[in-house]
Design a protein. Sequence first.
Lengths: 478, 206
Amino acid sequence: MAEGKPRTSPDSAPRTLFDKLWDSHVVERLPDGTCVLYIDRHLVHEVTSPQAFEGLRAAGRPVRRPDATLAVVDHNIPTSDRSQGIAEPESRLQVETLEQNVAAFGVPYIPVLDARQGIVHIIGPELGASLPGMTIVCGDSHTSTHGAMGALAFGIGTSEVEHVLATQTLLQKPAKNMLVQVDGTLPPGCTAKDIVLAIIGRIGTAGGTGHVVEFAGAAIRALDMAGRMTVCNMTIEAGARAGLIAPDDTTFAYVRGRPFAPQGEAFDRAVAYWRSLPSDPGAAYDKVVSLDAAGLVPMVTWGTSPEAVLPITGRVPNPADEPDATRRAQLQRMVDYMGLTPGQKLTDLAVDVVFVGSCTNGRIEDIRAVAQVARGRRVAPGVRAMVVPGSGLVKRQAEAEGLDRILREAGFEWREAGCSMCLGMNPDKLTPGQRCASTSNRNFEGRQGPGGRTHLLSPAMAAAAAVTGRLTDVRELS
Amino acid sequence: MDAFTTLTAIAAPLPMANVDTDKIIPARFLKTIRRTGLGVHLFDTLRYDPDGRERADFVLNQEPYRHAQILIAHENFGCGSSREHAPWALLDFGIRCVIAPDFADIFHNNTFKNGILPIRLPREVCDQLMQDARLGGNARLTIDLERQVVVRPNGEAIPFDIDPFRKHLLLNGLDDIGQTLRHAAAIDGYEARQRQEKSWQPAIAI
């Protein structure tokens, strides 16, 4: 991880969930505190793996644990009909390269046209490949998502992808422990997305740097697994490589019966182990932040950093009010890029595009929330609204529930699974100046396409924006 | 990986905080299957206008900073995605060292794997070094990794911290995987124990 303090506490001292996950995966501790950390699951996608396989090939090394590895394509692929292949030559080359690599190295792979294909961070938990107690890595920063299972899950670069393929380990030092305690009950109209956006607004995009963040408290316990994954997914936007939520009965009920999860008697033994993982009473954290969920209002980002976030009832800040020169310049750049006027009400901002999907909010629960708002309403004239299921199985489930019909009748596009408009790597992109209400995770300049303007919000808030044509407080649509 | 020992070079000031990986290398350039060739797209949207012309006001489009090998920035450099294309693009442009008050964790990790040295120095020191850098071609900075100092044009040596293990790997240009494989027996042993203790843990098979 980053560079936390070397732990010196005796074995009997109370340990956090992170401490337990870390300790149980240390293969060897080197004299300077660097650890050889064992990796239980390695998820692989087409964008960050070609150079890693190339490195293996050059060194004549095999993949050490193909049976602990799962590959899928998600970032590059179009979310329209894929039966004719991928038209864009560079994207096609990256997908074909992955297909050649998984075949050559014997890595389990879910092909594009398989119903189980989807965004790597959706399908890991969905298939039971991501389990409590594991270490899970992927060449993608949103690997933090899988922390919702009670697993230590974090993103790595391509050199580390190669390292894990070759050795099934990483060289790491333990991170520091941070606790984010979210008490109270979420008010109507607020969701897991609003919790995590509020936390990022509070601690900033570097607030969690060097830490693993454990989310606890009544509001977190009350979340379903989809909500927990949304929270952990965006932990990286607060600078922390990993988010964690202690596994509990909600987790075990979710895992039970999934294809790659332990079955029958093995499942019971696994649960017995998983129950030992939650942080011990009295375990120490390097940093603690508290939030009262009851006081939340639906949140929306206004700028080009996830920390530039406000309640939907807010107004665009005035950079002139900021005393620090660097910060003032940064705010001014955001206001200019986003095409805003200081003091403007957020609810006065008209949107051109609405995007529902991504590893943050592409699960069945998210699509149900959108359909609930969309039912009996119409997408506002001039707005392009798209719903992109996070996986083929999510899509199938939504169709079984008739959600696709509700959405289509309301004027939403209903698309195939993939990363889609979360990042401009596939045909789903904003054009310069377009304003988008998006359920994804990053509002960086050009993230959804060059010149595109992104406002991050929850699925219900995205649906509200779609039907009114502007950023809207979903609580006002009854 | 090239070893990093000492570097005397032109430094480019980039007084921005939260320089994210999409700014360093936008996603549309990640469709490569190689590590090289990304330098031309480094900071693409800051560096070029929508028609692909250089923006004269961006530091890396100006002399002598086109030849910069050191970059100085503000807080939280490299936040965002895990894409190693960000350090690859920096390296391909010629940057071997980035100095900032702090770095995002994954980016920080990725730089070391590519022979790029990230140096954390307090904000006011970064501002001072940016002033030095603004003097242009006659004001080179020297980075001495062995001594762990940044030497200003006036000769003042500013010490910096670095993890000793990472320093060792950088100084010698060592490959991480080679280091880890020295512990292969321990990895074998760990796996054997896990097969016993966590026999419920299933394998992936499609």
